[in-house]
Write a protein that binds this ligand. Structure first.
Ligand code: SF4
Ligand code: SF4
Length: 216
């Protein structure tokens, strides 16, 4: 599929630096665009940007384009890209880093529905339940009706149990979720502050720069 060239509205180096500090992003500057990650990805045909393209976009600080991309939500966390990248970049972890940032920035993507339903089920019960997951997701995604025969076949073979396994004390899990949300908010704030301080820093004249060089 022929893709349109990206015409960036702006580049955000603070965003790039923030992502490079995360576990999945440490080696992003060394990406050589070999495409092994994209070639290994089983769902790249559904993504608007392949993992290779996403890594390049982060190098360029294309924050808005990266966070609005459906790639981060389409990823199935299969880890094929991460185990094969010759530069030790972990696109899988990268996707998980980018999701909460996109959410904290208020960027909505229709492909985030499944993640939201999954998180909701876990938050309420502390355990995954296939039945709850499929029924809740089907309500929010009308296209799922086509999967009804498959769901019934699973149910008839006992692969879709109606019983819901629940954690003893869900409050502990709630505290973990809150901690995670706090840390995401903190990272988003730091990114904004770093960006603003770069934008408002007065530009040094060539003479001032020469002076600083001489001092060194
Ligand atoms: S496999 Fe690694 S080095 Fe190659 S394009 Fe993907 S992220 Fe970059
Ligand atoms: S982890 Fe995600 S991005 Fe990487 S190969 Fe699997 S689906 Fe594709």
């Amino acid at each position: 599929m022929q893709k349109e060239n990206i015409v960036p509205e702006s580049r955000d180096n603070a965003f790039r630096d923030l992502i490079i500090k995360t576990p999945g992003g440490r080696n992003i500057p060394t990406c050589m665009q070999c495409g092994i990650c994209a070639g290994s990805c089983p769902v790249n045909h559904e993504m608007d940007y392949t993992p290779r393209e996403l890594v390049r976009m982060i190098q360029l600080g294309l924050k808005k384009e990266v966070l609005s991309s459906n790639t981060i939500w389409i990823c199935t966390t299969c880890f094929s890209c991460s185990v094969r990248c010759p530069r030790g970049i972990y696109p899988t972890e990268l996707m998980e880093t980018l999701k909460p940032i996109a959410m904290s920035e208020g960027i909505r993507n229709r492909n985030a529905k499944f993640d939201n339903v999954f998180a909701d089920v876990i938050k309420k019960n502390g355990r995954a339940s296939e039945f709850l997951l499929i029924s809740k997701y089907s309500i929010s995604e009308p296209g799922m009706i086509k999967q009804a025969p498959f769901g019934l076949a699973l149910f008839s073979k006992g692969k879709l149990p109606l019983s819901i396994d629940k954690m003893e004390d869900v409050r502990e899990l709630d505290a973990i979720f809150k901690l995670g949300e706090k840390s995401v908010d903190k990272e988003a704030k730091e990114s904004t502050v770093a960006k603003e301080s770069k934008e408002t820093a007065p530009e040094r004249s060539p003479k001032e720069n020469e002076g600083q060089e001489a001092e060194k």
